[in-house]
Design a protein around this ligand. Sequence first.
Ligand code: HAS
Length: 558
Amino acid sequence: MTSAAPAASSVLDTLDVDQRKWIRRQLYLAFAGLAVGVLMGLLQVLERLNIDLYDEVQLQSYYQGLTMHGVATAIVFTFTFSNAFLALATARGLGRPLASTNLVIGSFVTAALGLVLALAAMVTNSATVLYTFYAPLEASSLFYLGAVLLVVSTWLVSVNQLLTLRAWRRQHPGERIPLLAFTSIVTYLMWDLASVGIAVEVVVFLLPWALGWVAGTDPLLTRTLFWFTGHPIVYFWLLPAYVSWYMMVPRRAGGKLYSDAIVRAVFIMFLLLSTPVGLHHQFTDPGVDSGLKFVHAILTFAVFFPSMVTAFTLLAAFENGGRARGGKGLFGWIRKLPWREPFVAPQLLAMLAFTVGGATGLINASFTVNLVVHNTAYIPGHFHLTVGTAVALSFMGISYWLVPWATGKKLWKPRLAAIQAWVWFVGMLIFSNAMHVVGLLGAPRRTPLGVAPYVPEEWTGHLQRVGLGGAILFVSAVMYVWILARTAWGKERQQGEVEIPVAEAMQDPQRTPRWLDRWVPWLVATVVLILIAYGPQLIDQIANIDLDTGRAPAVRPW
Ligand code: HAS
């Protein structure tokens, strides 16, 4: 059996030198975003220990730092990293350079401009609206423009992927789309549809409001539009990691891709189910219809399924790898996995963390239990295991081959890189466990608890563990940025080309059913599902818009 992807060298030989340069720059944006984000994270955990450094760094408030933390890590780092990684994965999968170098440059320029504008607004305290930005909190127009540009940078990647696919199809009529390209493209197609919510929210409502063109806007409507995108965004963060977990990690762990067909089915399920679930963020929102909340709750359980499939198929791939490396017995193969390898170890640890993060997600999704955990510290506990570890740690592992590929430099101190991942994992276990527990004890999220007068004695120890875990995470992040900086600006050049790892499939990809190699019918089905899940709610809310105030809805009286 062979992998559906062509040999690495053919892509690298033909990949436009310019494209590699702009992909590298996009990666640098990601690392800049992460650096800003973790600095702000440090301030937050110190605040939990009653050490307030906001004045020291000239920030006006805890909330200003929190906004910068969320936007820089969850939006800038993730978007720009995926823009670089999945653009390259598409080229690698299709065995040809991306169709348009201008689009590669365009994606970088829009993302860079977006970052500068959003950062300028946040630093000047004119956009302290948190990373979940909806009314009634209002930011300056610069911030909204920055957000628009960051989203546009992802759309440009998507267009480039589709143009590259079109060119590939002309030369390969009737052939199956190579899996690596298929999954990379589906990830962006899912996001294209999902991001319509935030695009409408910002362009139609928030931006005109911030520019003073309209008197007010409707908080419930902007909140619903935000969560239309705000849930699928988590899969836009996660799916690049899945691309690596399915197709790249097994290659380095000595295993094979379990099944081409299952991976396609999993990504199609994410396309279908990622968006019509956003109302599970609004279970406690009185303005949302209860029947629709029920529909979204059921679909949330459905979108759990492709991740369960992923867990079992990955385990099969790794067992295969561990046994090929000499592992014996029921669990002996686990020890044989390359736990000290800087590319594999972070991602295996990311998967372990995600197993727990997935379970806490299921708790969030359960309507009645959600009432207990909603808006408590439990929720950041959940998402630091998912986006903060499953995704961030995977991206760190990927960057340990991606940065050498992009710069032609040898990875600086690979053993230290593996240690860095373990430090992150340990820090996150302490941090997220403490957040979950203190959340269950009633501690609210997004609150400067260091100055809150009502903090009971029983929270104190857990808050100290939050501080300790966060400090360890900060150390790991500094190690990460330092290793990458020493790699990129080091003198030691890579011997030959860096391999872009792609695992062989255990089963012949050509036996994959043709209906799993299409997406137009799935796209249509996705749109229909979204209309069913969101149509009645949005129609009702838009009908409430007060036309007397012009183009914008009036502020509701309540
Ligand atoms: Fe979530 C809130 C439900 C997944 C991120 N989530 C959030 C927020 C964020 C977030 C950021 O239903 C807060 C937003 C805010 O600021 O308000 N979430 C879920 C469910 C899942 C889920 C059901 N979330 C994610 C992922 C995220 C993420 C992924 C980021 C990347 N979440 C919720 C709900 C809320 C929520 C409610 C609202 C809460 C509220 O009230 O505010 C599921 O998709 C999870 C499925 C995961 C699994 C685990 C599979 C495990 C795998 C690893 C395999 C391991 C192996 C071991 C192979 C089923 C694939 C290898 C190791 C060896 C030793 C071999």
